[in-house]
Design a binder for this molecule. Structure first.
Ligand code: B12
Length: 472
C-alpha cells in the first residue's frame, strides 16, 4: 500500500507563514512514515510549508497512492481546501487527518473538513497500522483505538485512544522522506541552523502550565514518557551521518536531570559532532555542571518560556518558577555563551497595563539574545481553555481564542493587546545597548549574516502596523 502524507502550509503574499523560531521538518509524519515503511508500505511526503507544490504534482502523487494522511496543528481551513482538491482529483481515496486539532477536537475536525474520512486522536503510529488493516479489509473502524470516522449518516468514534507505553520501541523517524528540503529558516528568512533536522526524546510534560495544551487534559491514559538516554543517543548517531545540527522539540528536554546528564555524557563519549538547539527548557533545570557539559557537547541555543516579569502572573499560569530563578538561569546561560531565545506572554486576565510594562522592563533587564512576545491565547486542551469552557466563556468547539475584554477573557481589547505587543518588541529591540551588544556578539561568533539578518528583523518590526505580529 502507498501512503501520501501531506503537511499543508499557510501562505501570506505567496510566502509561507513560518512560526517562531524557525521551520521544522514534519516530525509527526516522519514517525508515521517510519512505522509504515517498517511494515513494507511505500510512503511519499508533500511538505507545502517548504515547497510550492502545483496541482499537477499533487495529481501525479495521488495517482500512485492508496491513502492520504494530512497533519495539521491549527489551520483546518487549509486542510479543508486541500482535501476538496484531493477529492476532485480522486473521489474514492481515503483521507485521514491527524495532529493537534484532531487530538483536541476530533469530532469537530470531521465537521469542519467534510472530505476527511477518519480523524486520529493523539499518537498515530499504532493507529495508522490499524487503519491499514481496515483498508485491507481485516479490521472494522469501530474496533480501532483513537479515531473518529464518518459513516453515511453520522460521525462515530472508535475505541478509546491507547498510548505508546515504551517510546524506545518506535523506529527512528524516516528522515529520508524529506531530505531534499531545507529547514531551520527564521520568520525573517534567516537560516538559523544549517543542514538541520528535529528530534523528540519525550512526549508530554510533567508540568501543568495553564496556557499550554496538554493531551493529558483530554486523553484519559496520557502521561509524560521519556525515551532512554541510549535510544536518544543512538538516534543522534544516525542523524549525525547526514546532518550538522538538530533541534530538540521536547516540551521540556531537561525535565529529568539524571537522563540529561546521561545523554550529554554519552554524546561526549561518542564521535557525535553536531550543533544542538534545545527548543523547550525551563529555568528550574539550570545547573552549572550540566550546562558546562551541554556546551562541550555542542549545545549552541536554548529557548526558555519565561512568560512574565510578574510573580503573580507566573503563579496565575501555574508556571512554578520564580523571577529569581529566571534571572539566575539566564545569567548562567549567558555565561556559557549560549544563544538565548525567550518567549513572553502578554494579556493574562489578571494583568494590568503596569504589569505588561513590568514584563517588558524585565525582558530588557535580562542578558538575552531574542525575545518573542505573544498575546495570551486560550488554546484547546489547555487548563485555561477548560476552565473558560466550564464557565461558559467559550464554546467547547472553539480552537484558539485571544484573551480579550469582549469575551470576558482578559482586561484589554484585541487592538490594545496587539499595540502592547508591538510596543514590547520595539522597546526590547530598539535599545542602543542591545543593538551594540548584538553587533559585538555577532562579531565574536564571526557571523556577519546573523548581524545583517538581525538588522533586517529590526526594519520589519519598525514597519509593523496594527495586525502585523499575527503574520510573522
Ligand atoms: C515543533 C512544534 C512546532 C513547529 C513545527 C510545527 C509543524 N507544523 O510541524 C513550529 C515552531 C513551526 C510550530 C508552530 C506552531 N505551533 Co507548535 N509545536 C511544536 C511541538 C513543540 C513539537 C511538535 C512535534 O514535532 N511533535 C512530535 C511529533 C511526533 O508529534 P506530532 O507532530 O503531534 O505528531 C503525532 C500525532 O499528533 C499524530 N499525527 C500528527 N499528524 C498526523 C496525521 C495523520 C494522518 C495521523 C494518522 C496521525 C498524525 O501522530 C504523530 C506521531 O505520533 C509541539 C509540542 C509537542 N511536544 O508536541 C507544539 C504544538 C503542537 N504547537 C502548538 C501551537 C499552538 C503552535 C502554533 C499555533 C503557535 C503559534 N501561535 O504560532 C503554530 C502553528 C503553526 C502551523 N500552522 O503549523 C500547540 C498545539 C496546541 C493545540 N491545542 O493545537 C503544541 C501542542 C504546543 C502546546 N503544548 O501548546 N510548532
Amino acid at each position: 500500500m502507498k501512503f501520501l502524507l501531506i503537511r499543508p502550509a499557510a501562505r501570506f503574499e505567496g510566502k509561507p507563514i513560518i512560526s517562531f523560531p524557525m521551520t521544522h521538518p514534519p516530525l509527526g509524519l516522519l514517525y508515521l512514515g517510519a512505522v509504515l515503511e517498517q511494515e513494507g508500505h511505500k510512503v511519499e511526503i508533500l511538505d507545502y510549508l517548504v515547497e510550492n507544490i502545483t496541482r499537477e504534482q499533487l495529481k501525479i502523487s495521488l495517482k500512485s497512492s492508496d491513502a492520504v494522511g494530512i497533519t495539521f496543528i491549527d489551520n483546518f481551513q487549509l486542510v479543508a481546501d486541500i482535501s476538496k482538491i484531493i477529492r476532485k482529483l480522486n473521489p474514492r481515496i481515503p483521507i485521514i487527518i491527524g495532529g493537534s486539532y484532531c487530538s483536541f477536537l476530533p469530532k469537530d475536525s470531521l465537521v469542519k473538513i467534510p472530505e476527511a474520512d477518519i480523524s486520529v486522536i493523539g499518537e498515530g503510529e499504532q493507529v495508522i497500522l490499524e487503519i491499514v488493516n481496515h483498508l485491507n479489509g481485516t479490521k472494522k473502524l469501530s474496533d480501532i483505538h483513537g479515531i473518529y470516522y464518518r459513516t453515511k449518516k453520522s460521525i462515530k468514534s472508535g475505541k478509546r485512544p491507547k498510548i505508546i507505553k515504551d517510546l524506545d520501541t518506535l523506529p527512528f523517524p524516516a528522515r529520508h522522506l524529506v531530505e531534499k528540503h531545507e529547514y531551520g529558516i527564521s520568520p525573517w528568512h534567516y537560516k538559523i541552523m544549517n543542514n538541520v533536522t528535529a528530534l523528540i526524546s519525550s512526549r508530554g510534560c510533567p508540568f501543568s502550565c495553564g496556557f499550554c495544551s496538554k493531551y493529558s487534559n483530554v486523553i484519559e491514559d496520557w502521561k509524560f514518557r521519556m525515551r532512554s538516554a541510549e535510544n536518544v543517543v543512538n538516534e543522534l548517531i544516525e542523524i549525525n551521518k547526514k546532518y550538522n545540527s538538530v533541534v530538540i522539540v521536547d516540551d521540556n528536554f531537561l525535565a529529568d536531570k539524571k537522563r540529561a546528564y546521561q545523554i550529554f555524557d554519552m554524546i561526549l563519549e561518542s564521535n557525535i559532532d553536531m550543533e544542538f538547539f534545545i527548543e523547550g527548557a525551563r529555568v528550574d533545570t539550570a545547573d552549572k555542571k550540566l550546562y558546562k557539559k551541554m556546551k562541550k557537547a555542542g549545545v549552541k541555543t536554548i529557548l526558555y518560556g519565561l512568560e512574565s516579569g510578574n510573580q503573580d502572573v507566573l503563579d496565575f499560569y501555574n508556571k512554578n518558577i520564580t523571577l529569581n530563578q529566571i534571572q539566575k538561569a539566564i545569567k548562567l546561560a549567558r555565561e556559557m555563551n549560549f544563544f538565548v531565545y525567550t518567549s513572553f506572554i502578554i494579556g493574562a486576565p489578571i494583568e494590568t497595563k503596569k504589569q505588561i510594562e513590568n514584563t517588558i522592563k524585565f525582558a530588557c533587564s535580562l542578558p538575552i539574545d531574542l525575545a518573542n512576545f505573544g498575546v495570551l491565547t486560550y488554546l484547546t486542551g489547555s487548563s485555561l481553555w477548560i476552565e473558560a469552557v466550564k464557565n461558559k466563556k467559550i464554546s467547547p468547539s472553539e480552537y484558539a481564542i485571544i484573551a480579550e475584554k469582549s469575551n470576558n477573557l482578559g482586561n484589554f481589547t484585541k487592538s490594545e493587546l496587539i499595540e502592547y505587543t508591538i510596543n514590547a518588541y520595539k522597546a526590547f529591540y530598539f535599545r542602543p545597548s542591545y543593538i551594540l551588544k548584538q553587533i559585538y556578539r555577532s562579531l565574536l561568533r564571526n557571523d556577519i549574516r546573523l548581524l545583517i539578518n538581525g538588522l533586517k528583523y529590526l526594519t520589519i518590526i519598525n514597519k509593523w502596523g496594527k495586525n502585523s505580529p499575527q503574520n510573522v
